[in-house]
Design a protein around this ligand. Structure first.
Ligand code: SF4
Length: 694
C-alpha cells in the first residue's frame, strides 16, 4: 500500500523510464512528492501509465542515493567526500593533465539516454569543444545503434516513421523481437485495443511473449525462430512476396530506386531463400512463414514494430534494413497505419542520438567529416573541431587496455553492468587513470571510478526528453536538486573549469542552441512546447507541432534505398559443451539494469531474475521449478533459479537482467553488429546444470 497525502500543488512532467514517454502530474505536498498521476492531456499516453511510471519517484528519496561529490586517487582507496568546487577542479585538472601527457584523443565521454536532451547535448559539446576530439558515445551503442544505421541508410533518417496514434489505423501489426507488454506497457495497451478491434497480429520472437496470447488477443502467426536467424526469416518473407507477385510495383516505381529493387528482388527470389529452404535453419515452419508474408503484404495497412531482439545481433543493422526492404516492397511506408517503428528502450534514447552522442555524428546525424557542418559548429563554438570520427565505447575500452586511452567521463550509465563481456569492461576501466562517474547511486562502474559526481533525478531539473515517436516533451522541475545541482549545471561547471566560457542560465537556452545548429530541431523551443504540449520533430512554421508520419511523399533521402541483406550466421555456435541458446529481455515491473526500479516499490514484484527453460530441457537436466542452476558460456558463469515454462522452445533459455547478482553480461559474448558494434546480447551458447546456489 502506498500512503499518499493531500497534494497542495502539481507539476506536469514526463516519465523517465521507457521510450513511450508518458506524461504525469507529479502531485506535491510541500517539497514531498506524494503521487504520480497519469495526465489525460499527454499525447503519448492519453492518461494511462504502467506500474513503473506510477512509482517512479521512489528512487529519488532512496537512502543509497549519493548526494556529495567524492574523489580518490586510486580505486583501492576509500572515497573521500569533497566540496563541489574541489571535485570539479580535480576533474578538470585530471583531464588536462592526461591530455597533456597522452594526447588530445586519450580522453572521452559517454552520454546517457536517461538524461535530458540538453544534458546530452552539453556532454557531447564538452567533449568536442573542450576535449577537442570526437570520443563520445552513448548507451544506444548497446541497443538501437543498428536502427540509426539501418533506417538512415534505407529511408534517410534515424527515426521511427509513425506516431503512436498511427496504430489505430493498422490492419496488420507485425512485432519483431520486441515484448511491448513488458517493455512498453502503455503502447502495448494501445496495440491490444487495436487488435481487439480486428487488426491481425504476427509475432516473430523466439519466446512466446504475452502479446502472442492474452485475453481477447491471439496472434494469427507466432514464428518462434531460432535466435540469430532474423535475417533468414525476413528474407524468406521477401521471397514469398516477390515470387508470389505481392510486391507493390507502383509504389516502388514512384518512391524507390527501381534498379535497386530489381537487384534485391532477384536476390531474395533465389530458391535457397525460400521458406522451405530455411525451415531447418530457423525452426520456423515454412507454411507459417508463407502465410505471415501473405498477410503482411495483402492484409491492408501493415505496421512493423520492433525492439532489441532485432538490433542486438551481429546482423542487427542488416535486420533493420531487411525490415525496411519489406515495408518498401509492400508500399507500407508514408501514411497512417503503416511504417517501421523501433520501440526505444530508454526514455530519451531517440533524443540522445539526435543530440550528437555518436563519435561520427554531430547533432542531427551529420557526419563529422562534412566540412560545411563542421565549420558551422566551429564558428558557433569558437574552436577548431576534429574531423576524424572518435572511438566507440568498445574501442575506448580496447584502447584503454592498449594504454592509449586514459580518462572517461560517464554521465548516467553503468557500463560495467549494461555492456557486454563484463571482464573486458572491467579491464578497460581498470587501465584508465581517471574515470569520472556522474550518477544517482554508487553503481557497479563506480567501483572503477576516481571521481563520483552526484546526479540529479528527472524530478529535480528542467529539460526535454524525446520519445520513440520523435515527440519532444518537457521535463519540469518538481523539486530542487537534492545534490545541489542539476546534471546540466555540473557539466557546465566542468566545462568552465577546463577553460570554456559557458553561461547557460536555463536549459531553454541550451535548446535554443540545439535548434539553431540542428535543422531537425528548428522550431523546437520551450515557448512552442508550452503552447503545443509537445513537438514531433521535424517541425516547420506551417506544421509547428511537427510530423506524425514521415516520408509521406518522398523519403527523407529521396528515393527509398533497397539493400541486399544476405544472412550471415553468427560466430556464436552451439555444440556439445554449450548446447542451448540464451536470449535476454525485460519484465514489466523493472527498467533496464534496475538501478532505479530496484529502489522503488517495484522490487517486490520481481525480486530476482529467473532462467526460463522448456520442460524437456529441464527434465533432461533433472531440474524443476525454483531449482538453482549454474549457467555457463564460453565467456563466464553465473547462478540463477530456473523457471520451467513452454514460453521458450526446446534448446532456448531466457533471462532478464534487472539484478546485478544475475551478471547476465558475464555470460554474453564479444560478438557485435558488423556496422555499429552493437553487442550480440541475444545469442549466447550456454550450458545449464544443477547448482547449490550462489
Ligand atoms: Fe509510460 Fe514507459 Fe513510464 Fe510505463 S515506463 S509509465 S509505459 S513511459
Amino acid at each position: 500500500v502506498i500512503e499518499v497525502g493531500t497534494p497542495d500543488r502539481a507539476v506536469v512532467t514526463t516519465c523517465a523510464y521507457c521510450g513511450v514517454g508518458c506524461t504525469f502530474r507529479a502531485e506535491m505536498r510541500g517539497e514531498e512528492l506524494v503521487r504520480m498521476v497519469p495526465w489525460k492531456e499527454g499525447k503519448a499516453n492519453h492518461g494511462h501509465s504502467c506500474v513503473k511510471g506510477r512509482f517512479a519517484w521512489g528512487y529519488a528519496n532512496h537512502s543509497e542515493r549519493v548526494l556529495n561529490p567524492m574523489i580518490r586517487q586510486s580505486v583501492d582507496q576509500p572515497w573521500r567526500e569533497v566540496s563541489w568546487d574541489e571535485a570539479i577542479a580535480y576533474t578538470a585538472s585530471e583531464f588536462r593533465r592526461i591530455q597533456a601527457r597522452y594526447g588530445v584523443r586519450s580522453v572521452g565521454g559517454i552520454t546517457s539516454s536517461r538524461c535530458t536532451n540538453e544534458e546530452t547535448f552539453l556532454v557531447q559539446k564538452l567533449i568536442r569543444q573542450g576535449f577537442g576530439n570526437n570520443n563520445v558515445d552513448t548507451c544506444a551503442r548497446v541497443c538501437h545503434s543498428p536502427t540509426g544505421y539501418g533506417l538512415k541508410t534505407t529511408f534517410g533518417t534515424s527515426a521511427g516513421t509513425q506516431d503512436f496514434d498511427s496504430v489505430n489505423h493498422a490492419d496488420v501489426i507485425m512485432i519483431i523481437g520486441a515484448n511491448p507488454t513488458d517493455g512498453h506497457p502503455v503502447f502495448a495497451s494501445r496495440m491490444k485495443q487495436r487488435l481487439r478491434a480486428g487488426a491481425r497480429l504476427i509475432v516473430i520472437d523466439p519466446r512466446r511473449t504475452d502479446i502472442v496470447r492474452t485475453p481477447h488477443v491471439e496472434a494469427e502467426h507466432h514464428l518462434p525462430l531460432r535466435p540469430g536467424t532474423n535475417v533468414a526469416v525476413l528474407t524468406a518473407m521477401a521471397h514469398v512476396i516477390v515470387t508470389e507477385g505481392l510486391a507493390d510495383e507502383d509504389y516502388i516505381r514512384s518512391r524507390c530506386d527501381w534498379d535497386e529493387f530489381q537487384d534485391w528482388a532477384a536476390f531474395v527470389s533465389e530458391p535457397a531463400r525460400s521458406p522451405e529452404a530455411i525451415e531447418a535453419l530457423t525452426r520456423v515452419p515454412a507454411a507459417d512463414l508463407r502465410a505471415s508474408a501473405r498477410l503482411y503484404a495483402t492484409g491492408g495497412n501493415a505496421a512493423i514494430y520492433y525492439g532489441l531482439g532485432v538490433t542486438e545481433h551481429s546482423q542487427g543493422s542488416s535486420t533493420v534494413m531487411a525490415i525496411a526492404n519489406l515495408a518498401m516492397a509492400t508500399g507500407n511506408v508514408g501514411r497512417e497505419g503503416v511504417g517501421v517503428n523501433p520501440l526505444r528502450g530508454q526514455n530519451n534514447v531517440q533524443g540522445a542520438c539526435d543530440m550528437g552522442s555518436f563519435p561520427h555524428e554531430y547533432p542531427g546525424y551529420r557526419h563529422v567529416s562534412e566540412d560545411a557542418t563542421r565549420v558551422m559548429f566551429e564558428e558557433a563554438w569558437g574552436v577548431t573541431l576534429d574531423s576524424e570520427p572518435g572511438l566507440r565505447i568498445p574501442n575506448m575500452l580496447d584502447a584503454a587496455t592498449d594504454g592509449t586511452f586514459k580518462a572517461l567521463f560517464i554521465q548516467g550509465e553503468d557500463i560495467l553492468q549494461s555492456d557486454p563481456n563484463t571482464q573486458h569492461v572491467a579491464a578497460g576501466l581498470a587501465a584508465m587513470e581517471c574515470v569520472v562517474v556522474q550518477d544517482l547511486f554508487l553503481n557497479e562502474t563506480a567501483n572503477y571510478a576516481h571521481v563520483f559526481l552526484p546526479g540529479s533525478t528527472f524530478l529535480e531539473k528542467d529539460g526535454t526528453f524525446t520519445n520513440a515517436e520523435r515527440r519532444v516533451q518537457r521535463v519540469r522541475k518538481v523539486m530542487d536538486p537534492k545534490n545541489g545541482y542539476a546534471d546540466w549545471e555540473v557539466v557546465q561547471l566542468v566545462a568552465n573549469a577546463m577553460g570554456l566560457n559557458w553561461s547557460y542560465g536555463h536549459p531553454s537556452e541550451i535548446m535554443d542552441e540545439v535548434a539553431a545548429l540542428t535543422p531537425t530541431f528548428a522550431n523546437v523551443n520551450y515557448a512552442a512546447l508550452e503552447e503545443h504540449g509537445s513537438i514531433q520533430w521535424p517541425a516547420t512554421a506551417d506544421a509547428p507541432t511537427g510530423t506524425p508520419t514521415m516520408h509521406i511523399d518522398t523519403f527523407v533521402r529521396g528515393k527509398g534505398h533497397f539493400v541486399v541483406t544476405d544472412y550471415v550466421p553468427t560466430d556464436e555456435k552451439t555444440g556439445p559443451r554449450f548446447p542451448l541458446l540464451l536470449t535476454t529481455g525485460r519484465i514489466l515491473s523493472h527498467y533496464n539494469v534496475g538501478a532505479q526500479t530496484r529502489r522503488t516499490e517495484n522490487v517486490a514484484w520481481h525480486p530476482e531474475d529467473l532462467l526460463e527453460m522448456h520442460p524437456h530441457d529441464a527434465e533432461n537436466r533433472g531440474l524443476k521449478d525454483g531449482d538453482w542452476t549454474a549457467l555457463r558460456s564460453r565467456a563466464g558463469e553465473t547462478t540463477l533459479r530456473v523457471k520451467v515454462t513452454e514460453r521458450v522452445a526446446p534448446g532456448v533459455v531466457y533471462t532478464t537482467f534487472h539484478h546485478p547478482t544475475t551478471q547476465a553480461n558475464v555470460i554474453t559474448t564479444d560478438y557485435s553488429d558488423w556496422a555499429t558494434n552493437c553487442p550480440e546480447y541475444k545469442v549466447t551458447a550456454v550450458q545449464v546444470s544443477a547448482s547449490n546456489g550462489p
